[in-house]
Design a protein around this ligand. Structure first.
Ligand code: BEZ
Length: 217
């Protein structure tokens, strides 16, 4: 069964390109993004990992650790890393999990419906989908998204989602469609007009259930 928002994400031990980790300990008090990819040395995945590497300063600014995972082994990940760095023009400063046993892929339900799992499987038989799990410092799942093998992810959207999640968590607000930092936010319906005035100052009432206020900093 797929993971649900607000549930504590599964903990696991795994080998990575940076050595062994226990996932919850590795997250520590930070935010984390676990993202899977179908296979090392493949075209779309190389562009995606290059994009994640280029955003290194943006992840750090938000206190987010990123970690990749596929069913390839650590040696393969390390060999592929130099292609990513050449293509992306940025060093890969995050670890990649070697999930040859499929433990993580199964725990997080990352395999597509038609995954083929024969005894003599190769990573090609068990390619994971392109899953993304944004996890809070409390180790609960805040957001997930799943893309098929043939559609590369938009990491600008993932950064935007992190901004929205962190805004909501810090200020108790919600964010409207296409929100970006600096734009007005939504006051939740659970907050009375009186409390909204005390907490946010001025706000605009479009409908009694849709009130917007300046982006709190
Ligand atoms: C890719 O382009 O990333 C890809 C292609 C085939 C299988 C898995 C991944």
């Amino acid at each position: 069964m797929s993971l649900r928002i607000n549930q504590t994400v599964p903990d696991f031990e795994a080998e990575t390109t940076e050595g062994p980790i226990r996932f919850h300990d590795w997250i520590g008090d930070d935010w984390a993004i676990l993202f899977s990819h179908p296979k090392d040395f493949t075209p779309v995945c190389t562009t995606e990992f290059g994009a994640v590497a280029q955003l290194d300063a943006e992840w750090k600014k938000r206190g987010v650790k990123v970690i990749g995972v596929s069913v390839d082994d650590a040696e393969s990940h390390r060999a592929w890393r130099s292609d990513i760095e050449t293509y992306g023009g940025a060093s890969v400063g995050f670890p990649l999990i070697a999930d040859e046993s499929l433990e993580v892929s199964k725990l997080y339900d990352m395999l597509p419906a038609d995954a083929y799992l024969p005894d003599e499987r190769t990573p090609n038989d068990t390619a994971t989908v392109r899953a993304v799990y944004i996890i809070g410092p409390d180790k609960t799942l805040k957001l997930s998204m799943t893309y098929p093998m043939n559609v590369g992810r938009n990491f600008a959207e993932i950064l935007r989602a992190v901004d929205a999640l962190q805004k909501a968590s810090k200020h108790g607000v919600a964010t409207p469609a296409n929100w970006e930092t600096g734009r007005d936010v939504v006051i939740p319906a659970t907050v009375s007009d009186e409390d909204a005035k005390a907490k946010f100052g001025e706000f605009t009432t479009h409908f009694p259930y849709l009130r917007m206020t300046k982006d709190p900093v």
